[in-house]
Design a protein around this ligand. Structure first.
Ligand code: NAD
Length: 494
């Protein structure tokens, strides 16, 4: 009990202030490396969610954020980027403690959020309309207006990065925001909201309501003041959100799951491909929407590539994310570890050969955490659920091909279409295969890779709409058309 009461507390962040609740309404969040509590976080109710929407709407109309010219918003977002950069190490440690990822990955994530803020700040004062020639004595123009209150629902695998990927452009466009971070990983989002006041964001412009998805998330999306939803998470929850938002024709962005293929051709730089594939599936312990979870390798280079992949996978240092030397951390929760182990068992039972890993590590020091060895399964049958479904853990399935057309066909044989990588030195192969892959993003000879300035989004069941890129700020605006009759006696036409 004494340990519990000394835990750091995190509240709701509403109207420029952190609001704490009674202990009976707090959730303990755990360190995935030890399963011990690290903080107590307010658990918002549906009523809190509605209150957050009210606060955000009031701020939209009164705080001046939307009416400020974009230059003011750009300045505030740049100031927020600077504040975050100045506190980057503390944020990275908090992210690692809460989510489990290696500190070196958390540092990259926080740097990415800083760059995202800088990038969208550069777009905040470039939101422009058009003049349109129309018949008769008329003048026609368009303006882009912010939508109002935008709702953002984030997952736990890149807690701050994926929250801010949509929050930052929505703010740049002049909207006010209500963010619901994932239930298990809300700490950095609340910490950033604290910084936002120092950076000069007006009270009520950025609000954070941690809590249960069904209770808080649905209350936010169903609220009549909600003008858009940006959701990153699983397919079933995305479908539920689409159903609620669809009832009121609310625009939405859905960034959902994946089952990304990596295709290695005989002329590939195998050393480079092996490193990319290992990072692509064991980075963040495989808890990545775009994880390269299916490897298709040409039969002529199968043996040497698999040898390299297996050696790199076996050499990965597992441990608590906070240790500098750790290369792969624990999975986010015990429950998630059990789910991932279930997929490994399914692959094995269906006839796949577990070449590397497949079990929890035996080192006693790792026993309290949610660790799983990097796992490589060779030739699981294509109909196995371990091949059809997103595992969201460090499990690579390997298949062999001889005909490039067959490789593309099998790579596309999934309900997902988020990301794909192609490994070849041949330009025609690179362009030709990239064109035929059903994926929102394709990378050649490097993976996974994305930047704030490049679009991120999936096709098929991987999602709807895109985040990032130069049009992202505009995507949080709507176009209004204004036609002015200029008078005079000229006969109207058109
Ligand atoms: P999840 O769908 O369980 O939860 C995502 C968020 O939705 C959380 O904040 C959760 O609390 C909330 N939520 C849950 N039920 C809700 C409901 N009924 N209404 C409203 N909100 C609700 O996903 P997760 O387990 O946090 O994340 C893993 C999933 O996210 C994977 O499928 C992964 O592929 C996907 N993902 C996609 C991307 C992308 O950019 N495409 C990025 C990261 C993760």
């Amino acid at each position: 009990m004494a340990a519990t009461s000394s835990l750091a507390r995190f509240g709701l962040f509403l109207d420029g202030e952190e609001q704490f609740v009674g202990a009976d309404r707090e959730t303990e969040v755990l360190d995935p490396a030890t399963n011990t509590p690290i903080a107590r976080v307010a658990r918002a109710t549906a009523e809190d969610a509605r209150h957050a929407m009210e606060v955000a709407e009031r701020a939209f109309h009164n705080a001046g954020w939307a009416d400020d010219d974009g230059t003011q918003r750009a300045r505030a977002l740049r100031a927020l980027a600077r504040e975050l950069a100045a506190n980057a190490e503390a944020f990275a440690r908090l992210e690692t403690l809460n989510m489990g990822k290696p500190i070196r990955e958390a540092r990259v994530d926080i740097g990415y959020v800083v760059r995202t803020l800088e990038y969208v700040s550069g777009l905040a004062d470039k939101i422009e309309g058009a003049t349109i020639p129309v018949p008769g004595p008329r003048f026609d123009y368009t303006v882009r207006e912010p939508l109002g209150v935008t709702v953002h629902i984030a997952p736990w695998n890149y807690p701050l990065l994926l929250a801010m990927r949509s929050v930052a452009p929505a703010l740049a466009a002049g909207n006010t925001v209500v963010l619901k971070p994932a239930t298990w990983t809300p700490l950095t989002a609340i910490a950033l909201a604290r910084l936002s006041q120092k950076a000069g964001l007006h009270a009520g412009v950025l609000n954070v309501v941690p809590g249960d998805g069904r209770t808080v998330g649905e209350a936010l999306v169903a609220d009549p003041r909600c003008r858009s939803v940006s959701f990153t998470g699983s397919g079933p929850v995305g479908a539920r959100i689409a159903e609620i938002a669809g009832r009121r024709s609310i625009p939405m962005t859905l960034e959902l799951g994946g089952k990304s293929p990596a295709i290695v051709f005989p002329d590939a730089d195998l050393e480079r491909a092996a490193r990319g594939i290992v990072y692509g599936i064991f980075g963040n312990a495989g808890q990545m929407c775009w994880a390269a979870s299916r490897l298709f390798v040409h039969s002529s280079v199968r043996e040497p590539l698999l040898e390299k992949v297996a050696a790199l996978a076996r050499a990965l240092r597992l441990g608590p994310g906070v240790d500098e030397g750790t290369e792969m951390g624990p999975l986010v929760t015990r429950e998630h570890l059990a789910t991932v182990l279930g997929y490994v068992e399914a692959a094995r039972a269906d006839g796949g050969k577990v070449m590397v890993g497949g079990t929890r590590p035996t080192a006693p020091a790792l026993a309290p955490g949610n660790y799983l060895l990097p796992t490589v399964v060779v030739d699981p049958p294509p109909e196995s659920k371990a091949v059809r479904e997103e595992i969201f853990g460090p499990v690579l399935a390997v298949f062999e091909f001889t005909d490039p057309d067959e490789a593309v066909r099998r790579a596309n044989d999934t309900r997902y279409g988020l990301f794909a990588s192609v490994w070849t030195r041949d330009l025609a192969t690179a362009h030709g295969v990239a064109r035929r892959l059903e994926a929102g993003m394709v990378a050649v000879n490097e993976a996974p890779i994305t930047f704030p300035q490049t679009p991120f989004g999936g096709v098929k069941e991987s999602g709807l709409g895109v985040e990032q890129g130069r049009f992202v700020v505009e995507s949080y605006t709507r176009i209004k058309n204004v036609t002015i009759h200029l008078g005079g006696s000229k006969k109207r036409s058109g």
